[in-house]
Design a protein around this ligand. Structure first.
Ligand code: PGA
Length: 251
């Protein structure tokens, strides 16, 4: 049985006091939720990670980073390495989020290097994949997902999915209020699991595949009911404790 996973991606949002209010509200509800086959993690901006880690300790909430540098250390002004993230309590790291791919020009090769850096530092990567609206309308969704997953398998090996997770996030559903239907989501999650199965049966059975893209309390349970959906990567709704907790309960 795969444990469900709900992750909150705060993006470039939150002050110190907002972070402490939000974690305070989540923590009060958490033990009863995370005792039941559910893992919960939050992904604050880099600068809030030390504070959020202190607040989350002993509260069954894990902390992850939204990004990582592909290098392990050295003269890379402005960059943060995996070892630094581990030193500050991170267990997970998002890699290849569509905002990194599309706004910062990260291609599959960069994503592969970042997955490698995450694994070498002992972080579990949450590898994000997804098609744009134009690609979906041109019936290229399957090709895009195959390309993104196969490039990880080629660079890091399918064994990376024994510990690592996948987040399927159609770009057209992120922050738009448009959610993919449960049927569309299940189809792509099954495809991702099949692609991994072709290379590593054990990893395919174990990998947790999250859905992300406008997940809200009112659509979460229908999405999470699908066989290959193991939880969600939540953006906007993760900043509201009532909404985030409702989504955790749905998982
Ligand atoms: P959203 O973002 O829930 O606001 O659509 C999801 C994400 O970007 O991970």
């Amino acid at each position: 049985m795969r444990r469900s996973f709900v992750a909150g991606n705060w993006k470039m949002k939150g002050t110190r006091s907002e972070a402490s209010d939000l974690i305070g509200s989540l923590a009060r509800a958490m033990p009863s939720l995370t005792d039941k086959d559910l893992d919960v993690a939050v992904f604050p901006p880099y600068i809030l990670i030390p504070q959020v880690f202190e607040l989350c300790q002993t509260r069954n909430i894990d902390v992850g980073s939204q990004d990582i540098d592909a290098h392990m250390g050295g003269a890379y002004t402005g960059a943060i390495s995996g070892n630094m993230l581990v030193d500050h309590g991170c267990k997970f790291v998002l890699v290849g989020h569509s905002e990194r791919r599309h706004l910062y020009g990260e291609d599959d090769m960069t994503v592969g290097h970042k997955v490698d850096a995450a694994c070498r530092s002992g972080l579990k990567p949450v590898i994000c994949v997804g098609e744009t609206l134009r690609q979906r309308e041109a019936s290229k969704t399957t090709n895009v997902i195959e390309q993104q997953i196969n490039s990880i398998i080629e660079s890091a090996g399918a064994g990376v999915f024994l510990e690592g997770l996948v987040a399927y996030e159609p770009v057209w559903a992120i922050g738009t209020g448009k959610t993919a239907t449960p049927g569309q989501v299940q189809e792509i999650h099954a495809l991702i699991r099949d692609l991994i199965r072709k290379n590593d049966k054990e990893a395919a059975g174990q990998v947790r595949i999250l859905y992300g893209g406008s997940v809200k309390p009112d659509n979460a349970s229908n999405l999470f009911k699908e066989e290959d959906v193991d939880g969600g990567l939540i953006g906007g709704a993760s900043l509201n404790s009532d909404d985030f907790l409702a989504i955790c309960r749905a998982a």
